[in-house]
Ligand binder design. Structure first.
Ligand code: A3P
Length: 285
């Protein structure tokens, strides 16, 4: 990717790359956001299953929520726009813990943090970079993986993101969800979500949610609603068609060469040596 495309599509805030769709004024003023005690934040590193969990939340009957667009998307008028939402807000974001507005921390808003193993995340982000006109197109998978490893991609290093959030994994107001666990036992994850939010969901409602939020259902619905400006979950594109690619665990095997795998595994072992999340993800990397 050329230096020129990097400049027009991406810029840095606190040493981390962001899409220019997130204005620097907005990023610099995040701490002036006025959180409400009942806000729910839906947080993830990009490509970890954010749209999936957002859809799950929207499908919970009687949840009384409104899903907003990401807090870091747009310009300084963002906070005025969020003020207009009268119901309980679900606010998506890919921010690391440090950048999360201070009032969200002070008010101990509920936070759902989604994790996905970094190899599948890297492959998914590679395709997003390639297909999304709002991101600079990488020349090759190898070139992109190098950037991912260095943390020279949007929202920075996967490792830094996960580790910044893991420090708060045991906080009462934080729920960690794993993409791989959702794939393995969706109902178990759904029960965790409903218990965390204090909303009861019946068995028949659970099967309905499970059907409505399956990968195939979401992919075909995305084709219908496509660029609905009121349904933007990722700060990197309003085009939902770019999101639903394969929706599987372990696709990385089709991309990593043995040498890339060795380098990545060494890095993973080093960075995640004291991490419980690292131990839980080990079987998927
Ligand atoms: P792949 O590119 O590996 O297919 P995000 O929503 O954070 O951008 O994450 C996008 C990833 O989640 C994509 O991964 C996408 O296919 C996958 N995904 C989206 N909805 C899904 C669903 N209902 N079930 C499983 N995976 C889903």
């Amino acid at each position: 990717m050329s230096a020129q495309s990097q400049t027009s599509l991406l810029h840095k805030h606190m040493g981390v790359l962001f899409s220019t769709m997130s204005s620097l004024e907005l990023l610099r003023s995040l701490d002036s956001f006025d959180a409400r005690e009942d806000d729910i934040f839906l947080v993830s590193y990009p490509k970890s299953g954010t749209h999936w969990v957002a859809e799950v939340l929207e499908n919970i009957p009687h949840a009384g929520i409104t899903l907003t667009s990401p807090i870091e998307l747009g310009n300084v008028s963002k906070f005025e726009e969020l003020k207009m939402v009268s119901r309980r807000r679900v606010i998506p974001t890919h921010l690391n813990y440090e950048m999360l507005p201070v009032t969200v921390k002070q008010k101990q808003c509920k936070i759902i943090y989604i994790v996905r193993n970094p190899k599948d995340t890297a492959v998914s982000l590679f395709h997003y970079y390639r297909d999304n006109p709002n991101l600079p197109s990488p020349e090759t998978w190898a070139a992109f993986l190098e950037l991912f490893i260095k943390g020279d991609v949007v929202y920075g290093s996967w490792f830094d993101h996960i580790l910044s959030w893991e420090e708060h994994k045991k906080d009462e107001n934080v729920l960690f969800l794993f993409y791989e666990e959702m794939k393995k036992d969706f109902v178990k994850s759904l029960k965790k979500i409903s218990a965390f939010l204090g909303i009861s969901v019946t068995d028949s409602e659970m099967s309905k949610i499970s059907r409505h939020t399956s990968f195939s259902e979401m992919k075909s619905n995305a084709a219908k609603e496509n660029c609905d400006p009121n349904h933007v979950i990722c700060a990197l594109t309003p085009n939902r068609n770019l999101v639903f690619r394969k929706g599987v665990v372990g696709d990385w095997i089709n991309y990593f060469t043995p040498n890339q795998k060795r380098i990545f595994d060494e890095l993973f072992t080093e960075k995640m040596k004291s991490s419980e999340v690292g131990r839980l993800l080990k079987e998927y990397v």
